[in-house]
Unconditional design. Structure first.
Length: 440
C-alpha cells in the first residue's frame, strides 16, 4: 500500500463523519468511492496539460477535525492582526491550521438573520439551510474524470470551512470575510465554503488564504455559491500562501433568474496553485462577471481554469483574467464558454492577457468555445507579450529606476481588471503585494 493510500483511507472518512447527520456521512462515503475510482490528473488530461501534479503531496497527513480554539484579536498571529486591520470587513471568521480561532459577527447582522459560522457548526444548528445546499454547486455525484479527483477528495475529507447565509431581501453594505491561515508545515488541509444568498439578498464576501513559508503543505479548497432569484454577490478569493505551499481551489456558482455575481480571483502566493472558477447561469437575466489577477515570481506556477456554462436563455457572462510573470514564473490560463441548446440570446465574453517581465517567464493561454445555440453573441481572445522595453527606457531617461518602471507598467496593466472591483482596500492590498514581488 502506498503512502498516499495510507493517508487517504476510508478510515479517515469514517473519523470525519462520526457524529454527523446520516445524509452528510453518506455523501462523504460516496465521494470517497468516486475518488478511489478516478485516476490522478496528468499532463495527458486536457484540463491539466500544462500543470504536473505529484500525488505524493497527498501522502502528507490530513488535518484532523479539531474543536474551536477561540482567541482574542490580540492573541492572533501578527500577520493576521495586520491583515484584518487593513480590511473593512464587518463580520469575520478566522481559521488557523483548520481550527476556528476568531469570530466577529455584530448583533445587528445576527438580528437580520445573517449567519456566518463554521460549516461544521452550521450542519448541526442550521440543517434546514445546509442540507440540500451543500454539494449542490460542486456535487459529489457529478465528479466523473481525472480533473475531478481533488474535488472528490475534498468532498470526502473536508475538515473545516465556513457557512454564509443572507436572508431574502437583506442587503449588506460592509463585506463579510473568512481568513484561512496556516503555520504548521507537513500537512494537507481541506476546507469547504458554502455561500447561500436568498431571493433578492445582497452581500460582499472576501475569502483569503495566507501563511508564512511552509514546505511542504498542501491545501484543497472548494467554494460553493448559490444565488437565488435576484440575489447579488460581490465575491473575492485571494491567496497569498507562502512559498512551499501547493494550493488547489475549485469554486462554482449557480445563478438563478436575475442573479448577479461579480467575482475576483487573485492568485499571488504559493509555489504551485491551481484555481478553477465556474459560473452556471440557470435563469434568464442571470449575470456573471468573473475577474482574475495574478503574479508569478521566481519558482511559482499559477494555473487558472474558468468555465461559463449557459443553461438558460437571455443571460450574460464575462471573464477577464490578466496576469504578469517575472523571473522564471509560469502562468497558465484555460477557459471554456459552453452554451446549451436552451441558451438562446446569450451574451458571453472571455479575455485573457499576460505580461512577461523576463525572458525566462512563460505563459500559456487557451480560450475555448462550445456553442449549441444559434442566436447568441460570443467572443474570446488572448494575448501574451513581453514588457515593452521602449516604455521602460523612456521612464529610465526620466530618472525612474527599472524596478519602479516595471511596477508602474504592471499596475497600469492590471488596473483594467482591478478597476472593476469596488473594494478599494482590497485593490490596494493586491497592489502592495505585486510591488513587493517585482522588487524580489
Amino acid at each position: 500500500m502506498s503512502t498516499v493510500e495510507v493517508s487517504l483511507s476510508p478510515a479517515a472518512v469514517e473519523r470525519l463523519s462520526a457524529g454527523e447527520p446520516a445524509w452528510l456521512a453518506a455523501a462523504r462515503r460516496r465521494a470517497f468511492e468516486i475518488f478511489e475510482k478516478l485516476d490522478w490528473p496528468t499532463t495527458k488530461n486536457e484540463a491539466w496539460r500544462y500543470t504536473k501534479l505529484d500525488p505524493e503531496l497527498f501522502a502528507l497527513p490530513p488535518q484532523a477535525r479539531g474543536e474551536a480554539e477561540l482567541r482574542e484579536f490580540e492573541d492572533l498571529p501578527a500577520a493576521l492582526q495586520k491583515r484584518l486591520g487593513e480590511t473593512d470587513v464587518e463580520a469575520a471568521l478566522v481559521f488557523i491550521n483548520g481550527r476556528l480561532a476568531y469570530v466577529r459577527l455584530p448583533d445587528e447582522l445576527a438580528s437580520k438573520g445573517v449567519i456566518l459560522e463554521s460549516l461544521a457548526e452550521a450542519v448541526e444548528r442550521h440543517g434546514e439551510h445546509v442540507e440540500g445546499a451543500l454539494y449542490q454547486a460542486v456535487s459529489e455525484a457529478a465528479l466523473a474524470g481525472p480533473e475531478d479527483k481533488l474535488a472528490a477528495l475534498n468532498a470526502a475529507l473536508w475538515s473545516y470551512g465556513a457557512f454564509v447565509y443572507v436572508p431574502a431581501g437583506v442587503e449588506l453594505e460592509a463585506p463579510l470575510g473568512v481568513f484561512h491561515y496556516a503555520d504548521e508545515k507537513g500537512a494537507q488541509g481541506h476546507s469547504r465554503t458554502l455561500l447561500l444568498l436568498d431571493d433578492n439578498a445582497g452581500a460582499t464576501f472576501i475569502e483569503e488564504f495566507l501563511s508564512p513559508p511552509l514546505e511542504p503543505y498542501a491545501h484543497v479548497a472548494v467554494g460553493e455559491i448559490l444565488l437565488r432569484p435576484g440575489a447579488r454577490l460581490r465575491h473575492a478569493a485571494v491567496q497569498t500562501w507562502g512559498t512551499g505551499v501547493s494550493h488547489f481551489h475549485r469554486q462554482h456558482a449557480l445563478l438563478e433568474r436575475d442573479a448577479v455575481l461579480l467575482d475576483l480571483a487573485a492568485n499571488l502566493g504559493a509555489t504551485l496553485a491551481r484555481t478553477e472558477v465556474g459560473s452556471e447561469l440557470l435563469g434568464p437575466g442571470a449575470d456573471s462577471e468573473m475577474l482574475g489577477v495574478y503574479f508569478a515570481g521566481a519558482g511559482q506556477h499559477l494555473d487558472h481554469y474558468t468555465t461559463q456554462h449557459h443553461v438558460s436563455a437571455q443571460a450574460r457572462s464575462d471573464v477577464y483574467y490578466k496576469g504578469a510573470a517575472n523571473a522564471d514564473g509560469k502562468l497558465v490560463y484555460q477557459g471554456m464558454i459552453r452554451l446549451e441548446p436552451t441558451a438562446q440570446q446569450t451574451d458571453a465574453y472571455q479575455t485573457n492577457r499576460n505580461l512577461l517581465l523576463s525572458k525566462q517567464a512563460r505563459a500559456e493561454s487557451v480560450p475555448q468555445l462550445e456553442i449549441a445555440a444559434n442566436d447568441v453573441r460570443c467572443s474570446h481572445g488572448s494575448s501574451t507579450a513581453p514588457v515593452d522595453e521602449e516604455q521602460i527606457f523612456y521612464m529610465q531617461t526620466r530618472g525612474i529606476s527599472r524596478e519602479l518602471a516595471q511596477q508602474a507598467l504592471v499596475a497600469a496593466f492590471l488596473e483594467e481588471v482591478l478597476g472593476r472591483v469596488p473594494l478599494a482596500q482590497l485593490r490596494a492590498h493586491i497592489g502592495r503585494i505585486i510591488e513587493s514581488r517585482i522588487a524580489g
